[in-house]
Every structure is written in C-alpha cells, then in structure tokens.
Design a protein. Structure first.
Length: 195
C-alpha cells in the first residue's frame, strides 16, 4: 500500500481540492494555474512513489496540502475584483508591495519545502551529528533550491501564457526573500522541536 497510517484523509483532501480547482481553472481558461495543477500532481506522485522509503511526518504532508490549497486559492479566488494573490495583508512598505498574500504563501510553502528536504536528508545523517550550523545551511539551501525551481516554473508560465501577471524582477526577488524567511522558520522548528 502506498499510504501509511493517517494519510488517507490527506490524499482525499488533495484529490478533492485538485479536482475542484481544475474545474474552476478550466471554466475560466486559466492555463497558468492549470500548469501549476500539473506541477502539484507531479509532486504528489513523487511523494506517493517515495512514501515507503521516506519517513514523511503526516504533519509535513498536511503542510504541503495547506500550501497547495493556499496556492490554488491565490490563483482562483477573488476578494471583490482583486485576485487573492494580489491582496495586501499588511502594508510594510510603500515602495514595494510587502506584505502580500503571495509572500505569505511563499513563507509557508518554502518553509514546508525546507522541512521536506530535512526529512529527505535525515536518513543519510549520522545519529551523533553535532554540526547543526552546517546542516542548517545545507537544509535551508535545499529548501531555497525548491524555491528557485518554483521561480523557473513561474518564468515558464510567463513564456507560455504571457498574460499571467506573475510580475517581474522585483516580484521574483520578493518571492525569494519570502522563501528565505520560510526556510529560516523551518530550521527554527527543526531545532526547537528536535526533529
């Protein structure tokens, strides 16, 4: 069986959400987010395929699920006429659009991605490893690598679907800074909870 104890509800929530958002994006001809649905399905398949070998905590799998829901909601839901991804949560800068829903999703998402990278690396580590600074840097860089891959996917979306509205260099930079915040928070969680 591909699933472990407590994972069926996670899979069901993902399947229902992916089906619902796929229908929503198809009805709106939102090809950008249909591409992202494909990316989410790809990573869901990777997790299912490696689930027997990797000890993914259910809390981390729920974190990935929340990230997917936040992401799909950001591209598919509106508050009035404003796409959720464009909503300003708290104005921290007049020059830059900080702190938007988009940046919140990056913090959550790449925090969770950093936790996934840690659990992928953990079986390869010696139990007596006492070099937490070096390990923290490696794990954070692995999480940021996932963030960089995401920016490549966003760039691909802008090439394939020019009207995406993803943003330019400033948006990419703010995304990467948000990814770093998420990675640092994940490292803090790993250390505090002694995972």
């Amino acid at each position: 069986m591909l699933l472990k104890k407590g994972q069926l509800p996670i899979l069901v929530v993902n399947a229902v959400a992916l089906a619902a958002f796929t229908l929503l994006f198809l009805s709106r001809k939102n090809y950008e987010f249909l591409l992202y649905i494909g990316v989410i399905i790809f990573f869901l398949a990777v997790i299912l395929g490696t689930n027997k070998k990797v000890e993914y905590p259910n809390s981390v799998l729920w974190g990935l699920t929340v990230w997917a829901l936040l992401h799909m909601s950001g591209g598919g839901l509106y508050i009035g006429k404003i796409k959720l991804y464009e909503v300003m949560l708290v104005t921290l800068s007049d020059k830059y659009n900080i702190f938007r829903y988009d940046q919140f999703v990056h913090i959550v998402g790449f925090g969770v991605a950093t936790l996934v990278m840690y659990f992928l690396l953990k079986p390869l580590l010696r139990p007596d490893l006492d070099r937490w600074i070096a390990l923290s840097i490696v794990v954070a860089m692995a999480g940021l690598g996932v963030g960089a891959l995401n920016e490549i996917v966003e760039f691909t979306a802008t090439v394939l679907v020019p009207e995406t509205g993803v943003g330019g260099y400033t948006n990419t930079s703010l995304d990467l800074v948000s990814d770093l915040v998420g990675a640092v928070l994940a490292i803090a969680i790993i250390r505090i909870r002694k995972l």
